[in-house]
Design a protein around this ligand. Structure first.
Ligand code: NAD
Length: 458
């Protein structure tokens, strides 16, 4: 006999889980949302997207202020009050998580604090209590991958620890040059750490357009970040005075550091919920496979977000959450959309759809067009660094196949390109839509004009 019953239960209150719960409640379902954390919002709000953006904003202000010296305006060296900065970041997180609790209350979503594990096809245990359910959504996210063979040491951080802002180490080694590694490098280099990024592959931000990544890499190196790509950390020693990372590959030798961040990817949390008891398969990577309706192979059990594998991005989880809720409520829904990626580095790197390399590899007929930001009036007038807007397009139809932007606010600029791709817009649509002058968004129209031969700004 179950202690309690939930008609529709969502496991995990991250951007996937809470979006699913709220959408389901809005569609009239009786919703229970369960999460072990004291606050809603999951990794993204509590220890991921939002706190990192707060610290990245601080990093940007420090850099902008320093930059203004060349414009004849000196602010002097920044005086860092780490406790105040941490409190500010935590306050922003609290404001958002409190807001979510209010939204849940107003929707009459029942929030249960606890860790849920399946105990049968239609039952769960939540901290010793047995619950029966009609339909369930697994939205339990992912956790940082821990590298094997590393010592236990308080100076070795994962992304959660790094965002706690415990200290600003003099020398910081970051293992992994993916999005987390690069964002952490951006934050800590601005706060004053001498940062070294060690990336296993030839390219940092693997998967992004190589030319755009080169612009980001040069900018980061210009900010004092040392980057060793094609390099592997073979051993780590935790000495009294420092950590020592032995490296092999393009860089051979030892790196001494006062702290190190492991940012080598995240692992899906599928194995944490005993999904097997409900008949749901979890693969060796902790991933639960789903179809476009976010259904697992068990009817009435859905999975959304990082637990369903790559790309592990909050906005994908949110959209999947809406789809699962709508399907559960009997609506026709499915996810078949581009998932944009943004690294909130300085400059930002944003992309969606096919990169030139991916188009080539897939044998898809394509052409490239781009606009260098050195020719953007707005970029220069705002003290912007090097940047590039680049479009991959179909030579016959002129439809967009992919786009990459590297430069200030690239993440915001990408939205127009994503909409263009979703709507099947052509280069002509972009070129003939009047973009206000002077804006960075002109670089989108200028790229299209360049391909059409109508550009006069280059
Ligand atoms: P990632 O997969 O993006 O990058 C990990 C990097 O580590 C890769 O470049 C990989 O080649 C490298 N690597 C792996 N093993 C290594 C080793 N032994 N030595 C050196 N390098 C090694 O993962 P991440 O940066 O940890 O991020 C985790 C997830 O979180 C990703 O899915 C990411 O997209 C997501 N995320 C997104 C954002 C954002 O959208 N802005 C921010 C943070 C995290």
């Amino acid at each position: 006999m179950a202690d309690k019953h939930a008609p529709f239960i969502v496991l995990g209150a991250g951007p996937g889980g809470y979006a699913c719960a709220f959408r389901a409640a809005d569609l009239g379902l009786d919703v229970t949302l369960v999460d072990p954390r004291a606050s809603l919002g999951g990794v993204c709000l509590n220890e991921g997207c939002i706190p990192s953006k707060a610290l990245l904003h601080a990093a940007e202000v420090i850099r902008e202020a320093a930059h203004m010296a060349a414009w004849g305006i000196g602010f002097g060296d920044p005086k860092l009050d780490l406790d105040a900065l941490r409190a500010k970041k935590d306050g922003i997180v609290r404001q958002l998580t409190d807001g979510l609790s209010g939204l849940a209350r107003r929707r009459k979503v029942r929030v249960v604090r606890g860790a849920a594990v399946f105990s049968g096809p239609k039952s769960l245990e939540i901290d010793g209590e047995t619950w029966s359910f009609d339909r369930a959504v697994i939205a339990v996210g992912s956790a940082p991958v821990q590298l094997p063979g590393w010592p236990e040491d308080a100076r070795i951080w994962d992304s959660t620890a790094a965002l706690e802002l415990r200290s600003v180490p003099k020398r910081l080694a970051i293992v992994g040059g993916g999005i987390i590694g690069l964002e952490m490098a951006t934050i800590y280099a601005a706060l004053g750490s001498a940062v070294t990024v060690i990336e296993f592959l030839d390219q940092i931000a693997p998967g992004a357009d190589a030319e755009a990544v080169q612009i980001l890499r040069a900018a980061m190196e210009g900010q004092g970040v040392t980057i060793h790509s094609a390099t592997r950390v073979t051993a780590v020693k935790a000495g009294k005075a420092a950590l020592t990372l032995a490296c092999e590959g393009a860089f051979e030798g030892e790196i001494k550091a006062d702290a190190a961040i492991q940012a080598v990817g995240r692992r899906a949390n599928g194995s944490l919920v005993n999904a097997k008891a409900a008949g749901v398969e979890v693969d060796a990577r902790g991933v639960i496979a789903v179809d476009a309706q976010c259904r697992t192979q068990v009817p009435d059990i859905f999975a959304i977000g990082d637990v369903t594998g790559n790309p592990m991005l909050a906005h994908r989880a949110t959209h999947q959450g809406h789809v699962a809720a709508e399907v559960a409520a009997g609506h026709a829904a499915g996810l078949d959309a581009l998932i944009p990626s943004v690294a909130y580095t300085n400059p930002e790197l944003a992309w969606a759809g096919l990169t030139p390399a991916q188009a080539k590899e897939a044998g898809i007929a394509h052409k490239l067009t781009s606009f260098p930001w050195a020719a953007s009036g707005r970029n220069l007038a705002s003290g912007g660094s090097d940047g590039l807007t680049r479009i991959v397009y179909d030579p016959d139809t002129h439809r967009l196949l992919g786009a990459t932007v590297v430069g200030r606010n690239a993440g915001e600029l990408l939205a127009e390109l994503v909409l263009a791709m979703e709507m099947g817009a052509t280069l002509e649509d972009l070129a003939l839509s009047v973009h206000a002058h002077p804006t960075l968004s002109e670089t989108v129209a200028f790229s299209a004009e360049r391909a059409l031969g109508t550009l006069t700004d280059l």
